[in-house]
Design a protein around this ligand. Sequence first.
Ligand code: SF4
Length: 618
Amino acid sequence: MGVSEHFAYPSFRQGQKEFAERVYNACVRGETLIAEAMSGFGKTAAVLAGAVTAAEETGCKVVYACRTKRQIYRVVEEAARLQTKHPFKAASLLSKYDYCLLRKHRTIPQESFGWYCTFNTSNNLCSYFLNVSLTEGFGRLVERALTRIPIHQELVRESEMVHVCPYEVAKVAMAEATLALVPYQYAFDPRASRAVFDQSSTDRGHTILVVDEAHNLRDFYRGLGSATLSLEQVAGAEREAQAMLMADAAKSISALRISLGQIISGHTGWQLDRAAVLEKLRSDHGTAWLQNLAFELNASSGAAWGSVVYGRKLPSLVLRVGDFLAKLSSSSASILVKWDDCLGLVDPDPVRVTSAHLRAFKSSILVSATVNPSSAFARSVGLEPGAFETYQTPATPLTAVKTAVDTGTSTRYKLRTPEMYSKISCRIAAVINSTMSGVGVFAPSYSVLGPIFEMVSKKISGRNLVCEAPGLSNDQATDLFDSFRSSDDSVLFGVQGGRFSEGEDFEGGAMGSIIVVGLAVPPPSPMMYAEYAFMKRAGIQDSYLVLSRLPALRKAFQAAGRHVRNPGKKGLVFFLDERFGNSAARELMPSWLKKDMTVGDLSPSTIQTLSFGFWSGG
Ligand code: SF4
């Protein structure tokens, strides 16, 4: 059977079959393939067709890694659709926290959840876990889940009815599945990936790895190798330890706070000598003090009964301090930095292990809508020249997208004044008032999003405005998305690089116009200085492009592509920031955004004229 039999839809769109075949060939030949497929191309169905065909033919498994849970939900829908045409086993695995039935009526911080689950299972306090080996319903649930991959809520609901832990159902299903859909953690974090590979005897050499939205890999690795700790958090951990009756630990944390305070105030530069800091802690407190404290805080065994029996808050700050100390004493590649009352551990070369990591798999397919330029993309995710192949899907006939770049606004830090926000809000209101369908507004950060949303809300009436907030749970995000879809002309405010600006499907005409506000260039920080300093030492010339400009532009272009869900769909894209008008940014812009472009100081009345003209076909 070829890719056509593994394609979920009756026919291919232009370029999809070639893409599916290219993916299939890469998988069979064992290549690392960087593939660019623009938004709305239908890349997921094509990649699944190619990868699943190759997996069945070679007896391999496909691990499909996505950055966010909402992206996994989309792939789950595609996989379920494919299962109705071609039966095969598929499963998805999220984190235990997402599945836990025991925490349903308790507030458990995510950071301390691992400890909470381990404590309950090892002390036989979780009946959902105990039931896994006792009830016959468990096996039936796994079989059913494999035959038709369920959406997350469905699996949780069915597991609750049988009274078993949904995570255990998903984990066993995942081990047996030909296609496993997982978040990045399970593919790249050595601690989490044990559940997908070692514990389920899945051999990487017989696994095809698909990395969705692969331009996020560097950020992901950076997060894995970094940790921060403020003196305020250390003081909070001390209070938590006292409340948990961990008297010795509280005393040690207090001593640690004093030592760290002296270290921070005793240095003027942003970089600290990690070895000298460790030496000071040893000479202040004894040779094994730090390791012992890190172990004690991470285990927090003394706090277990207190929190479970008396329903106390779990000690998340204690665990955070323990985690930081463990990394401080063990990760020799990390650089120690400081700012204000904070310490940071940063790996200055977060992607040095990527090549070796990807080579361990039979084949790796890295997919993104924003690969250009591919050499900088490859460098940003740690791939050496010659270690990968590239493929670009043929351009789809998107003739109906108009782009307008406003050079009269900017979100550069020094220009973030109330006047500028007011100017930006007037332009956004002009777009909304001249667009009859839905509108997406994507800001560079929550600190810009908040005031803009407030100002625009006062200028618009009769439209459903919804706004993303930091730290939304999955259920809250679903509610917000449902609210957006509840009317045809809703306006969604989100952040670039957030859960709604990448990998989210806005089907049909749900979004007519997109407004990208500002460029999400990461703010300068000691964590960034460490990466810049490393690249400079390594003789890498284009460090600003790789570390700052490209990631920011990619976030903007990803957001701009949210309304393009199928070829030929009409859409308007506004970039409100003069930096999008310069030649460097325009050179890196995807071709579909450059086909019909207007650049200039776009007043609200100009925007209205342009917008009405576009939508009326003028
Ligand atoms: S075993 Fe499952 S239900 Fe029990 S505590 Fe862990 S995640 Fe929650």
